[in-house]
Design a protein around this ligand. Structure first.
Ligand code: MG
Length: 174
């Protein structure tokens, strides 16, 4: 059985994952408005993956026989100076999410709740990947900065990113 403290903290985390989804949807729309369809595609896939993260936590709370309670999703920025700025904000945001996930792992450890520790390990690994992806994208944007042809080619490359469900854990309850 999951503790009330961890139950509440995971409910908060579901909100944070949905806020992340909303943030990346906003970036996708701003990229599209700027004419970067590939960047828009990259962020639209992020938008879907964040919803999967929320779903994994929802499935986990359901499996522990405690209720998911959705909270209002706070406003997100709607405009960025450049694509580089979007990826810098992405990295900063993902670092904050990593800290939130680590805090959940601390609570689960204190509770000696090994099932929750195990599920949170999936997220700990996922955050390493999220931060690495954002850093790679910052490096790519910096490499083409001020070069319109380079940005055109980078945008074409990002248009090829395809969505796949990050884990079978994200399957909606049937
Ligand atoms: Mg996430």
């Amino acid at each position: 059985m999951i503790s009330e403290k961890l139950h509440n903290a995971i409910n908060e985390q579901i909100n944070a994952e949905l806020w992340s989804a909303y943030l990346y949807l906003s970036m996708s729309l701003d990229a599209e408005a700027k004419g970067h369809k590939g960047v828009a595609n990259w962020f639209f896939i992020q938008f879907k993956e964040e919803q999967d993260h929320a779903r994994i936590f929802m499935n986990y709370l359901n499996s522990q026989d405690v209720k998911v309670e959705l909270k209002p999703i706070a406003e997100v920025p709607v405009k960025w100076e450049s694509v580089l700025d979007m990826f810098k904000d992405t990295l900063n945001h993902e670092k904050k999410v990593t800290a939130l996930i680590h805090n959940l792992a601390h609570i689960a450890n204190d509770d000696k709740d090994f099932a929750s520790v195990n599920r949170l390990n999936w997220f700990i690994d996922e955050q390493v990947e999220e931060e690495e992806n954002a850093r790679d994208m910052i490096a790519a944007c910096e490499a083409v900065e001020g070069n319109k042809y380079g940005m055109y080619m980078l945008d074409k490359e990002l248009a090829t990113r395809t969505y796949k469900v990050p884990s079978p854990l994200a399957t909606a309850a049937e």
